[in-house]
Design a protein around this ligand. Structure first.
Ligand code: ATP
Ligand code: MG
Length: 402
């Protein structure tokens, strides 16, 4: 039988919160790997160990585990009894069919009373591997690294390690509401917050039926893409055309975009309240467009009583594009769409709005009624990745000794 040994990030996993974090990580791992042959997740001396069935689908497991935040690294491992001869015999069997020119052995002892020190295991096992394969030891640039982990009741060994995505397990930091346009930036902003342990609830404003439904479809495709990081998502689709029409007919043209934004955050904050989310998230980056000057950001912020997080505020477009490509959201974001902000867009949007003029403009609008009207017409869609995830009850509680 094979195992996946998962090393998690130490950050945030200290003290009283640790059991909660570990349990969340285990649940997320089991959800992500549903249907791939992962049977259970156990805590073992500062690691999580996934037990695999014989026909487990390692390439799919690897791809899915790479998206689970909170993981420093992971590896496909074999298990032996906790003694050197058993380890050597296990490694010997696993070497069957493997060819490499150079290697090194790296041992970590989570179980200090083990009779041999890490260095001694490296040397002894290294000599055995060398004898069996003829490969040379190269401590600097080995082609293969044989990792050995000595735990109280077992030893795990693996050839190589996969890098994890870092961060904190999704769910440990609470929920946020992400304002998701069909553009490049907001999916990247969502990813940043998910990486810090937030569950993202998505809100997309569209001007259907004033425009076609392309932006709604893009938002749905982006949420599906991002759901591989959190497994269950909800997307609120908010019809915004009527609100925009009111703004256009009653407020000065240059203020339109900032007024759109103030209504967006008001509606989103009501959704956040319903979802128990504690902050809003946008993909804004300072100075990128007229609506994203400090003055305008401050004016938008004033419309709501909860934090608006802007994780990309100090990022250049090029950096954001790079991340979007890595996320695979980029290809979706660049498809043409009819974005609601382009509906009745003013020729010269104000770069420096202030609360006084905004207050005057809003006094001609039925602000609360417009917000309520939009909320009444909301459509909610659910997303899942992968399909048919297991329930939380299949997580095995911690059974480790050290
Ligand atoms: P993006 O690439 O995320 O669309 P952008 O550079 O095009 O960003 P804007 O269009 O000014 O910038 O939007 C700024 C932010 O406002 C977006 O990142 C998003 O968080 C929010 N936003 C804009 N339009 C919408 C929309 N239609 N629905 C939901 N949120 C939106
Ligand atoms: Mg946009």
């Amino acid at each position: 039988m094979s195992y996946v040994v998962v090393h998690y990030n130490e950050i945030g996993l200290k003290g009283k919160n640790q059991p909660l974090f570990l349990r969340r990580l285990a649940v997320n791992l089991l959800r992500a790997t549903a249907g791939t042959g992962v049977r259970r997740a156990d805590e073992r001396s500062g690691r999580l160990v996934l037990s695999l069935s014989r026909d487990a689908d390692w390439p799919t497991i690897r791809e899915r585990v790479r998206c689970i935040f909170g993981i420093a690294n992971f590896s496909l491992a074999e298990r032996t009894e906790p003694d050197l001869d058993a380890l050597k015999a296990g490694v010997d069997r696993a070497l069957e069919g493997r060819h490499f020119e150079s290697f090194k052995v790296t041992t970590r002892r989570a179980y200090k009373p083990f009779p041999l020190k890490s260095e001694e295991i490296n040397r002894d096992l290294g000599a055995a591997v060398q004898g069996r394969t003829g490969a040379r030891v190269d401590l600097e640039h080995p082609e293969v690294t044989l990792h050995v982990e000595v735990l109280p009741r077992e030893i795990y060994f693996s050839f190589g390690r996969e890098a994890g995505p870092g961060g904190l397990p999704v769910g440990v930091s609470g929920s946020v509401v992400v304002l998701l346009s069909g553009g490049i930036d907001s999916p990247v902003a969502a990813h940043r917050l998910m990486k810090r342990g937030c569950r993202a609830v998505f809100v997309h404003f569209h001007s259907h039926p004033f425009q076609d439904g392309t932006s709604r479809q893009k938002a749905a495709d982006l949420v599906q893409c991002l759901t591989r990081f959190q497994h269950l998502s909800r997307l609120y689709l908010v019809p915004f055309g009527e609100v925009q029409r009111e703004i256009v007919s009653r407020a000065p043209g240059p203020l339109r975009v900032v007024l759109y934004r103030r209504f967006m955050v008001r509606i989103a904050s009501e959704i956040a309240r319903r979802e128990g989310a504690k902050a809003l998230v946008t993909g804004e980056s300072l100075g990128q467009v007229a609506s994203q000057t400090l003055d305008n950001l401050a004016v938008v912020e004033e419309a709501v009583g909860m934090p608006i997080l802007r994780p990309l505020i100090g990022s250049d477009k090029e950096e954001i594009v790079q991340q979007a490509r890595a996320l695979r959201s980029y290809e979706i974001s660049i498809l043409p769409d009819q974005d609601c902000c382009s509906l009745f867009a003013p020729r010269h949007p104000a770069t420096f709005s202030n609360l006084e003029e905004i207050g005057k403009a809003e006094s001609n609008l039925q602000v609360n009624a417009l917000v309520r009207m939009a909320l009444d017409q909301i459509e909610i869609r659910g997303f899942e990745f992968p399909e048919s995830a297991p329930s939380e009850s299949s997580v095995v509680p911690a059974a480790s000794t050290t």
